[in-house]
Ligand binder design. Sequence first.
Ligand SMILES: Cc1cc2nc3c(=O)[nH]c(=O)nc-3n(C[C@H](O)[C@H](O)[C@H](O)COP(=O)(O)O)c2cc1C
Length: 343
Amino acid sequence: MEHLFTPYKIKGLELKNRVVMPPMCQYSVEAKDGIANDWHFVHYVSRAVGGTGFIIIEMTDVEPDGRITDFDLGLWSDGQIPALKRIIDAVHQHGAKVAIQIAHAGRKAEDAEQPVAPSAIAFDEKSKTPRALSTEEVKEMVEKFRSAVRRAVEAGVDAIELHGAHGYLIHQFQSPLTNKRTDEYGQELTKFGKEVIAAAKSEMPEDMPLIMRISAREYVEGGYGIEESIAFSKEYKAAGVDMFHISAGGEGPIAAAGRPGTHAAYQVPLARAIKEAVDVPVIAVGRLDEPVLANAVIGNEEADLVAVGRGMLRNPNWTLEAGVQLGKEAGIPKQYQMGFPRK
Ligand SMILES: Cc1cc2nc3c(=O)[nH]c(=O)nc-3n(C[C@H](O)[C@H](O)[C@H](O)COP(=O)(O)O)c2cc1C
């Protein structure tokens, strides 16, 4: 019977347990140069010491105007590689594996003078109206994703996650609400995503898994639902995605059409639906910070991995405590053993 501390392998990625730290923007690049600093080092390495099997570094953007804010991480230049490499090497020393979330905020780039997007439609009345990318610029954007993935691989990651969720650029292309283009990237809503997937794969070693985070349903009026997301996930899988990370929403202001649930495990039904219908491994996320519940998601085969976000902001040693609670060996560092008496 599998549980939260059963090791997991997908292609060349071998994890000691099923606990994932999901990407969480820190908005902490005070120098505004996209380069990771000591905050990021401590933040990620402490979760590795805390027993997390798999750490996905926050949204890291492929160009300066792809950042939500100027305080976000970037991988648009080779000069951004060494600081990430230092973090990744240290995380490895503590037994965790690392991915990085490669992204572009599109119309949700708040500090860009004029954000870019598939179509010139603002996120809400308070945000800037983006400029629609030309067909040529869309092709250049694919190349920016390619270069960022190349740099991430150079920095030593074990996997890549593409950010196709939460209303950022890939999601903007995929949603009929934000993509009103008449060119090839509008006629086929998944074309941009598929080209980014192919570009990413071309820079990744054969046995390195490609993860894609998606919003499996939208929460705005007329937004897509699980049937549509099953259909586009099948296309993305055929294009090369090895695993999906199942989130939801983010494409517009939360309004009458429904709020995301805020109860425990609110996105697990979506993860399970994608896993079953697409026949693909998935990461479940969203209020899974009760160890018994996270363990059940694995045991009941609803997902292959479980991500704990806010729970890990509260407690970097979430995984070690979960091990104690579940009576499983979580690899408590010898320096910390007196803090975790056996029950
Ligand atoms: C501070 C913060 C920053 C976040 N940044 C990102 C991000 O960079 N990329 C992303 O896909 N999701 C981001 N998220 C969403 C989380 O990855 C996660 O899906 C969400 O918090 C739900 O999981 P939880 O209930 O375990 O926190 C962020 C969440 C928080 C709290």
